[in-house]
Design a protein around this ligand. Structure first.
Ligand code: NAD
Length: 269
């Protein structure tokens, strides 16, 4: 059994990760971490996840959680991710990062940790198998369909989501840009209001809807004169993100040092 520590254990994703690890036949929950001052410090991670006692108390220190030895850290915390990655790599643990809205500097630091400190890291804005297949299908559609097919991306999430557009929507935009050799910063237009003028062909309209308890919907629209292709994914529960994170841990148990994404884990490249 591989021993896994969760960072952000009291969060929506953290709780589903605890539940899925407790149900796993190959992984075991070895530690759970929240930020210092969190009201959840000292609580049992399994009880918090609604799965009965796990025998793992939430601590405010990743170092403490790793002290008894662990094979992997899964981090879906909304803060402190790079510090946690350094701690995990230096403790020779594999690191799976689901947190979105990482900056270019954050990603550069993860790459450095992989290249210079032998880190084994998977970082992915979306860990679901279905969304990763969507990335591949969108890449093919963007390359196959000509410029007369205008691309619009629409996403919807629950009303507590902090970042916008979603990391998955950004990645979908990047995939289109890669396929069409556009620059993301030049091509993407976040929302439209007022007299914005005629739509240029080399543009991706990006639209973020927020409301209720929507787990995560993404649609990429290719619209031309006379027809429209729409590629969609709809998440109904957070468990498929958690299951993807568990697949990433198992992938890293066999992988050499490197910075990977879910396309690597799922062999979609
Ligand atoms: P959430 O707000 O419910 O949970 C985040 C948790 O992180 C909170 O409990 C918070 O206290 C904790 N936290 C914040 N700073 C911390 C720190 N320094 N140390 C330890 N814990 C800390 O959010 P959520 O809905 O669970 O989402 C968490 C993140 O995961 C977001 O970035 C979200 O966009 C992302 N996410 C990614 C995927 C994916 O597949 N990659 C799927 C769903 C959500």
């Amino acid at each position: 059994m591989y021993k896994v520590v969760i960072v952000g254990a009291a969060g929506r994703m953290g709780r589903r990760l605890s539940a899925n690890i407790m149900a796993s036949e190959t992984l075991t929950l070895a530690g759970a971490v929240e930020f210092p001052g969190s009201p959840f410090i000292g609580q049992d991670a399994g009880i918090l996840a609604g799965c009965g006692e796990a025998g793992v108390k939430i601590t405010d220190s990743l170092e403490t959680a790793l002290a008894d030895g662990a094979d992997a850290v899964i981090d879906f915390a909304t803060g402190g991710v790079i510090e946690a990655a350094k701690t995990a790599v230096r403790a020779n643990c594999a690191m799976v990062i689901g947190t979105t809205a990482l900056t270019a500097d954050d990603r550069a630091e993860l790459k450095r940790l992989a290249d210079e400190e032998n880190g084994r890291i998977v970082a992915a804005n979306n860990m679901s198998v279905g969304v990763n297949l969507l990335f591949k299908l969108v890449k093919e559609a963007a390359a196959f369909l000509g410029l007369e097919y205008n691309v619009e991306i629409v996403e919807m999430h629950h009303n507590k989501k902090l970042d916008s557009p979603s990391g998955t929507a950004v990645r979908l935009g990047e995939v289109v840009c890669e396929a069409r050799q556009w620059k993301y910063e030049e091509a993407v237009r976040n929302g439209r209001a007022g007299m914005v003028g005629k739509r240029p062909a080399e543009e991706i309209g990006m639209h973020a809807l927020r409301g209720g308890d929507v787990v995560g919907d993404h649609t990429v629209i290719f619209a031309a004169e006379g027809e429209r292709v729409e590629l969609s994914h709809k998440a109904a529960s957070r468990d498929m993100f958690a299951r993807g994170a568990l697949l990433a841990v198992e992938f890293l148990m066999e992988a050499p040092a490197g910075l990977y994404d879910m396309q690597d884990v799922l062999k979609l490249k």
